[in-house]
Design a protein around this ligand. Sequence first.
Ligand code: C2E
Ligand code: MG
Ligand code: MG
Length: 637
Amino acid sequence: MPHNPSTSGSSTSGPVAARRRMMQIILTAMLAVGASAVASLAFGRVDTLAVLTVAGALLTLSLVVALRGPVTAAVALLLGTLTAMVGLLAWRGAGFYDPALLALPGLLVFAVLLGQRRVFSGLLAVMLLLTSGLLMAQTLGWRQFPIPLRPGSLVHVWGILLGTGFAIWLLAGDLYRAMRALQEENRRVHESRSELEHLASHDRLTGLPNRLLARDRFEHALAQARRNRSRCAALYLDLDQFKTVNESLGHGAGDQLLQQVGRRLQGLVRATDTVCRLGGDEFLLILPDIGDADAAARVASTVVEALGQPFDVEGLEIVTAASVGVALGPDDGSEFDAVLKNVDIAMYRAKALGGRSFRFFDPAMNDGVLAHTQMLAGLQHALARGEFELHWQPQVHLASGRVVGAEALLRWHHPTLGLVPPAKFIPVAERSGLITEIGAWVLHQACRQAAAWRRDGVADLVVSVNLSSVQLKRGQVERTVQQALAASGLPPARLELELTESMIIDDTHQVSETLHQLVGMGLRLAIDDFGTGYSNLGYLKRFQVNRLKIDQSFIRRLTQDHHDRAIVGAIVQMAHSLGLVAIAEGVEDAATLQCLRGLGCVEGQGYFWARPLPAAEFVGWLRSRSVPQAAAAPLPA
Ligand code: C2E
Ligand code: MG
Ligand code: MG
């Protein structure tokens, strides 16, 4: 059966075109009916005029349906209206000798071209019934036509209708088949065009974008960076010793290695980044919106690290490495070619250094980043190699001189850099996430030490441990604390956690939940570096803080600066009225101590008493003091 492909919805423009065409046909039919109506009016044929008017109204309705409703309904209404109109005109006129019957073959053509199987067959059947009905009406005496209808003429009429219908059916079938073949051809052309486009913009071996697409993506990233006033990065990498793999294992193995490198690189980057193969063993990574040089350095160092891991090619373990050049756009070039040239220079510098490393194009960036990556690499192994140590600094009750607590301060003995201060390595550990592991070690070590001092009767101190915001946000710190307390046997009230104001002000649901749990466990909280942060102090009560550690910056010039004295006095007063203990940090001399006593400060910590000391020296210092300590006699656990 002919099936009209344009109304089948096989292409998106099909239904729209069919609707428009349908409306044109209805308008043409309305025009023809209108002309006939004018002619009927002119010749005074009132009855014909009535039929034509009703037909006109129904055609208008089918126009509305064609505009808003389903096209098939409009087709049925159009064909039904016209067939009924022809039938009525023939009934009122000359039966099947009436000229109106000339319209019937035309309607069949419409039905085939616009409609479907059922519409066409139904219409043909209606036409056959209609014409035979006219003859029957005359035979039964219901209607007398001006020229009597002869049964033989009905055979002619049927012959014309059936013959025309069949011929139209066959021809329309051919037409539709040709249209479908054309559509299929069109689809295939479309497909092969997009395949060609893919081939032109992608590397055949790895399936990664090639230089052509890399240019496009990088220009795009550059434009985005300019718009957002940010940076994008290009990482250009070349495999060290790839030639050797190709020569010794053959090109097949070399190809496999390149494919694996491509996949490994794709696994390292964000979905918005692009990994391209520029040819040979050269790859380009495009990182849009990278932020700062540090972020680019982190990706570069991950790439160097990942490509340094062995590959499995045809069952053989192949070890290769990559040299990476890094350039930042728009700083290192305002268009693709310039950046590519610079990143290539940077890559050769990395290779010249012996490979398995990365270099920035801008030499100024290398020093800072190099120190950073060297520190990061060192930190990753520091725990396992036992390079960390805790030093202890006493906290003293100012009125009695008794040592009431000790702050645990982390020290890193780097094998080549020597003693690295926490201010240098803690930020690196925080950014890399290593702080969680290191912080857990500090907690365990501090609890173990404090419990040992209690057990051995050295002193019963509250030990203070500094927490990092990273630990608080995603370190599951309450679990670590619980484990450290359980493993050491230290009572929770003997452990104090030092937080900074910014950590608490950043009061997410998760942070406050964690703090409440810690307080619930019986731990103490202190606010470190108090006075340097925020002025909203509501959190002091909300989290049941025990101590305020007045920042060193106010203590340093306490005896000379009356502003600092006023600030410290105010903090001491506030702490007192809130039932908190104020402890001054960075007390270095007797004059400062005297001044603090005068202001009513309760406790102090600083070089005046002792610098942070290794555990053994701290015990020696404690024992050397003439003032009796918190508990020098053995205590119950
Ligand atoms: P903080 O918690 O405010 O520690 C006090 C710092 O002041 C320590 O520096 C201490 O050595 C120093 N200090 C103490 N008394 C005096 C003094 O009289 N004069 C002067 N000039 N300085 C004094 P340190 O040990 O270098 O630690 C620096 C910062 O590193 C600490 O500041 C703390 O924020 C952080 N930190 C140390 N250990 C850890 C740790 O285990 N975890 C975390 N997350 N941070 C730590
Ligand atoms: Mg502290
Ligand atoms: Mg402090």
